[in-house]
Design a protein around this ligand. Structure first.
Ligand SMILES: NC(=O)c1ccc[n+]([C@@H]2O[C@H](COP(=O)([O-])OP(=O)(O)OC[C@H]3O[C@@H](n4cnc5c(N)ncnc54)[C@H](OP(=O)(O)O)[C@@H]3O)[C@@H](O)[C@H]2O)c1
Length: 272
């Protein structure tokens, strides 16, 4: 497939005030894309936008809580107002919490779905209006490697990430004839504020994911993979081919996966 030129093609990135969103915004701007940065912490967004502009890129910040549909619509409108169009959207805003399944059916589960799944869908739905009119565009969801399995104590998070993954898979087919690409991004452990926030939001940590693992990498690695996918669109983006393979095997061998997870949990002092 021919390389997609990114210069002057605007992208809206949610969760751009830190971590993967911030790193991706900087790399997209470096590739010549005007970047609309969206998140709740507007002071952080202003800093990121300022440093992108100082480095010669184009950026604009907009305060946006993705759980509020009207704010998502406003973010898309702002992108079109400031940059004249919207070529791509990276629905990246999200968070994680550790909680057993039976304690995740109230506020924890609702909050997680409101932000991680419905928040992505709000921003994607509004971004698709101008993209469909232009018969061109690229939608990317920041899912997770954990979208493929149900990790103990992370069910709400895994479900929200699987929901994004499944939405991306279906949309990919539904929108292809209209010239719109849809991709899901599946980072492995990434060194961001994610783990600190998960620790403060969780009542109890049993299956801490923040420990050093061979799969821990910097957010720029995800950002580079996203830019590669924008240039050469593909269905799924993985930052670790090895983990992609392991999780593929995990899906077809659930009993073996359960045994491995039990061993990991035992090693961490929390037998399941
Ligand atoms: N870190 C990992 O190991 C890892 C692995 C796989 C997937 N992911 C996914 O990667 C994405 C980015 O996470 P990260 O690792 O970069 O963590 P992060 O540094 O904590 O970034 C999360 C971003 O989401 C934004 N956000 C959270 N709730 C929001 C809301 N209601 N409205 C708008 N923005 C909101 C935050 O901005 P504000 O607080 O300013 O609103 C922040 O910019 C998440 O979807 C996460 O699930 C992370």
């Amino acid at each position: 497939m021919a390389r997609v030129p990114l210069h002057d093609r605007p992208i809206l990135i949610t969760g751009a005030s830190s971590g993967i969103g911030e790193a991706t915004a900087r790399l997209c701007a470096k590739a010549g894309m005007p970047v609309l940065l969206a998140a709740r912490r507007t002071d952080r967004l202003a800093e990121v936008a300022g440093s992108i502009i100082k480095a010669g890129g184009r950026a604009e910040a907009v305060g946006c809580d993705v759980s509020d549909e009207a704010q998502c619509r406003r973010a898309v409108e702002r992108c079109v107002e400031v940059f004249g169009s919207i070529y791509a959207v990276f629905a990246n805003a999200g968070f994680g919490v550790e909680a057993p399944v039976l304690e995740s059916d109230g506020a924890i589960f609702d909050d997680m779905m409101k932000v991680n799944y419905h928040g992505s869908m709000h921003v994607v739905r509004y971004a698709l209006e101008p993209m469909r009119a232009a018969r061109s565009g690229h939608v990317l969801f920041c899912s997770s490697c954990l979208s493929k399995i149900g990790l103990p104590f992370y069910s709400a998070y895994c479900i929200s990430k699987a929901a994004q993954d499944y939405a991306a898979r279906a949309l990919r087919h539904e929108l292809r004839a209209e010239g719109i690409r849809v991709s899901s991004v599946h980072p492995t452990s990434t060194r961001t504020e994610f783990f600190d926030l998960a620790r403060t939001r969780s009542r109890d940590i049993k299956f801490d994911l923040s420990g050093r693992t061979a799969f821990m990498h910097p957010p720029e690695k995800v950002g580079r993979a996203v830019v590669r996918c924008l240039r050469r669109p593909r269905g799924e983006v993985w930052t670790s081919p090895l983990l992609r393979f392991i999780l593929g095997v995990a899906v077809i061998c659930p009993e073996t996966t359960d045994r491995v997870l039990r061993r990991i949990a035992r090693k961490r002092g929390h037998p399941v």
